[in-house]
Design a binder for this molecule. Structure first.
Ligand code: CMX
Length: 137
């Protein structure tokens, strides 16, 4: 099952500009940053608390024009893109949702932030929300 909200993902055009905005405007700071070539993103996890153990926000900027985030920005502009839940076992969680008739985007999990294993529920099968399942490393 779902353990907790892992993070909320926000699509942005420029990661450095977004990091500066969140820092200067909301006093949030970066707790992790990486490039995920497979997902086509440069991403940063930001938080309100010093160690980032509370709720985190994931800023997602596209690396390529054909990436999921680039498509999202083209269609919607910047904004909320995904809601991610922590799970203990991403394969088991995906199978349970498939059994309820939901479409998972990947047949088997892919690599997400910080070596996590991830899959997604198609937003059309989850009330218009792109749901990510995250099994931490
Ligand atoms: N949230 C809600 N609805 C969304 C959506 C989103 N993020 N992205 C697309 N949709 C909707 C579209 O508005 C469209 O609806 P309409 O048909 O009513 O216009 C429909 O879903 C389109 O579906 P599609 O043609 O099957 O798919 P798209 O080419 O738009 O791609 C998706 C959507 C979810 C399959 C794609 O974004 C994807 O593969 N996402 C998973 C990977 C990802 O998001 N990676 C970036 C983050 C990396 C990370 O978290 O580590």
């Amino acid at each position: 099952g779902l353990l907790r909200v892992d993070h909320v993902g926000i699509a942005v055009a420029d990661l450095d500009e977004a990091l500066a905005f969140y820092s200067e405007t909301f006093g949030m700071h970066c707790v992790h940053e990486e490039r995920n070539e497979e997902q086509g993103v440069r991403e940063a996890m930001i938080a309100t608390d010093p160690d980032g153990t509370g709720a985190r926000i994931q800023l997602l900027a596209p690396l390529r024009p054909d990436s999921a985030i680039a498509k999202f920005l083209d269609r919607n502009g910047p904004g909320l893109q995904q809601l991610a839940y922590t799970v203990k076992d991403v394969e088991a969680a995906s199978d349970a949702l498939r059994a309820r008739g939901l479409r998972l985007l990947y047949e088997s999990p892919r690599r997400g932030t910080a070596g996590s294993r991830i899959n997604f529920v198609h937003p059309k099968d989850a009330g218009g929300v792109l749901v990510e399942l995250v099994e931490p490393a």
